[in-house]
Design a protein around this ligand. Sequence first.
Ligand code: AHG
Ligand code: MN
Ligand code: MN
Length: 335
Amino acid sequence: MKQVSLARFLIEAQRAGQINADLRLLIEIVARACKAISHAVSKGELGGVLGDAGTGNIQGEAQKKLDVLSNEILIEANEWGGHLAGCASEEEEHPVPIPNAFPKGNYLLLFDPLDGSSNIDVNISVGTIFSVLRCPEGVTEPTAEHYLQPGTAQLAAGYTVYGPSTMLVLTVGHGTHAFTLDRELGSFILTERDMRIPEDTKEFAINMSNMRHWYPPMRSYIEELLAGKTGPRGKDFNMRWVASMVADVHRILSRGGIFIYPRDTKDASKPGKLRLMYEANPMSFIVEQAGGASTNGLQRIMEIQPEELHQRVPVFLGSKNEVEVATRYHREAQR
Ligand code: AHG
Ligand code: MN
Ligand code: MN
C-alpha cells in the first residue's frame, strides 16, 4: 500500500478546500519543530537535556531544560515563515511578537511546548500540544486580548506524543488523524485516518491522590466507579494515569476512556490545573472530531469565552457517554 506522508495529506486537504496554503505551511512547520523536539527528547541524558532549567514560568512552575528548549524550538521554527501574526506559549507570560525582520501572516499559534514535564527525567512519554486561531481582521500587532477566542474558533489543533514511537495527531475540523514518525525517512506517515473514540468505556484517568480536595459531585461520581460490578454502575472500572495529558488523551483516542482534571479546594484561586487556551481547547477539538465529548463539568469547553491567556479550567473529556454521566453529576449538584 502507498504511504501517505503528512505533506501529501495536507496537500490533499488543501485541494479539498479544508485548509489554505498558509495553514498548510504552518502545520508543516509545527510538525518539523516537533521532529526536532522528538530528537532532543530521545537523546535523554546523552543530549544533556534532562533536569531543571533553574528558572520558573508565569504558572509558578519550575521549568525543566526541555520545557525551555522545546519553547525555543517552536518559536524559532515558526517566526520566519510569514504565516504567523504571533504566538503564545505556556512558557511565556505575554504573547510573542513576530520580529520586524520577518513578514507577518494571519494566524495565531498557541502551544504547550512540552506537556508532562514531571515525566521528562524518568523516561516516560511527554508531548507537545498546539492550537491555531485566526488573527482578527486588521490586527498586525496582536496582544493577549486577540487570542481570547473560544475553542470553536480553532482552525486546527494537534499534539505530538513522544512515546515508544513519536506520533502526531491532527485535526483541521474534518476528523482526527494520526501520523507516526518514520525516523529513517524523517517524515510523519499517516497511520490512522478518522480515529473514533468508543462511546462507552470502563477506564478512567484521574489523579486519585487529590480525592480529599474534590467537591462532593466529583467524589460521588468516582466512588460509584470504584464500587464496580455490584455498585450503581454495574460494571468494574480500570484506572490509568500517566500524568502527561498528551499520553492519557492518546490512550483514550486509541481505546476509549474518560480523562478528568477537576476543580478542587487545594488552591481556590485555580479552577482546575489545565490551561484552557493551549491544553483544554486543542484537546477538546481533537476529541470532539473523533466522536468524543469534552466539558468543564457544566458546559462544553470549546464554548467557554476565555478571559485570560493562561486561564485554567476543569476538564472532563473522552468517551461521549461517560463524559455525559460525569457532567450530569455536576449539573445536578449545581441545581
Ligand atoms: P505541563 O507539564 O505542561 O505543566 O502539564 C502537566 C499537566 C498534564 O500534562 C497532566 O495531565 C497533569 O499536569 C498532571 O498533573 P499531576 O501532577 O497533578 O498528576
Ligand atoms: Mn501541559
Ligand atoms: Mn508544558
